[in-house]
Design a binder for this molecule. Structure first.
Ligand SMILES: [Zn+2]
Length: 272
C-alpha cells in the first residue's frame, strides 16, 4: 500500500507533525463512519463505509491545502441491529459504540483539536452519533463535535431522486445502487429489488403500518429490516444508473465541500 504525502490523513503524520497539526488554530479532524451490514442481494457489505470514505476524500482533496483539516481511517463496523437477521451483518452494541467513540473523541480533544466531525453514511446510527456528540461536547467543552449524515440536507438530491424514493428509499435502493454503479460497478450484482414501497413486501403481504405512523420522520416505528423487506432492499432500486450515480456524487461532494469550507472559515465554537 502506498500513500501520497499530500493526503490529508492524520495517521500518515509523525508524532511531532501530529502535535503541530492538532495545535493549529481551528484544527479539525474528520472521522468517517460506515457500517458492516447487508445492502440487499446486489450491493456489498462495505457500501456505507465506502461512500463515507470516498466522498470525504474528494471533499478534502478540494479544501485540505487551504485549511487545517485531516481525516482518520473510517470506523467500518457500526451500529446495525436492524439488519442483524441478514447474514454478513456485523454490529456493535450501542453501549460499545458510546464507549469507543467517547474514548477516541476525548483523546482527540486532549491532543488539542478544536473540532471533530463525524462523517456518517449509515442512517441507522444518526441518533446514536448525535447523542455521543452531545456527551462528548459536555466532557470536552473546548472541542466542537459535528455529527453529519452523508445524505442529509443535500438539497440537490430532491431534483435527482423522485419524492417517494427520497421518503421510502431507505436502504440499498435507487440512490445507493446508483452511486455504487458509478463509483465501483464491479461490486454491484444484477438484482434490482423493490420492497417496502407503498406498504408491501415483495411476496405481496401488507406491511400494516398503523395510520399516522411512518418508517422515519414524525412518528417513526424503529423498524427491523425483516419487517419491511425479504431481499434487504427498502425502496425501489429498479431505475438505478451510473449516470444518476455521477450526479449524486457531484451533489454530495459540492454540498459537503461548501459546509466544510464554511465551518473552516468560521471560529465556531466562538465562546472559547
Ligand atoms: Zn447504506
Amino acid at each position: 500500500m502506498s500513500f501520497s504525502s499530500n493526503s490529508p490523513r492524520f495517521d500518515l503524520l509523525s508524532w511531532p507533525k501530529a502535535s503541530e497539526a492538532a495545535s493549529k488554530e481551528g484544527s479539525t479532524l474528520v472521522w468517517p463512519f460506515g457500517a458492516f451490514e447487508q445492502h440487499g442481494p446486489h450491493l456489498p457489505l462495505i457500501t456505507d463505509t465506502f461512500f463515507a470514505e470516498k466522498v470525504l476524500a474528494e471533499v478534502l482533496e478540494r479544501i485540505s491545502s487551504k485549511y487545517p483539516i485531516w481525516m482518520i481511517p473510517p470506523q467500518s463496523i457500526g451500529f446495525s441491529p436492524e439488519h442483524k437477521s441478514f447474514k454478513g451483518t456485523i454490529s456493535l452494541s450501542a453501549d460499545v459504540m458510546i464507549e469507543m467513540v467517547g474514548q477516541v473523541g476525548e483523546q482527540i480533544a486532549e491532543m488539542g483539536f478544536r473540532r471533530l466531525i463525524f462523517f456518517n453514511a449509515h442512517g441507522g446510527q444518526i441518533g446514536l452519533l448525535q447523542a455521543i456528540a452531545r456527551e462528548l461536547r459536555v466532557k470536552c467543552p473546548s472541542m466542537a463535535v459535528l455529527p453529519c449524515f452523508l445524505w442529509s440536507g443535500v438539497n440537490a438530491l430532491k431534483d435527482l431522486i423522485p419524492d417517494r424514493e427520497v421518503e421510502e428509499g431507505l436502504h440499498a435502493a435507487l440512490a445507493e445502487t446508483s452511486l455504487m454503479l458509478h463509483l465501483n460497478p464491479e461490486l454491484v450484482g444484477p438484482e434490482r429489488a423493490v420492497e417496502g414501497i407503498a406498504g408491501q413486501l415483495s411476496d405481496g403481504k401488507d406491511l400494516n403500518i398503523p395510520n399516522g405512523w411512518s418508517l422515519e420522520g414524525a412518528a417513526p416505528c424503529a423498524w427491523l429490516t425483516e419487517d419491511l423487506s425479504r431481499s434487504g432492499v427498502i425502496g425501489d432500486s429498479r431505475d438505478s444508473s451510473s449516470e444518476l450515480g455521477r450526479n449524486l456524487e457531484k451533489a454530495l461532494v459540492e454540498h459537503w465541500t461548501e459546509l466544510f469550507s464554511s465551518l473552516m472559515e468560521s471560529n465556531w465554537p466562538s465562546i472559547h
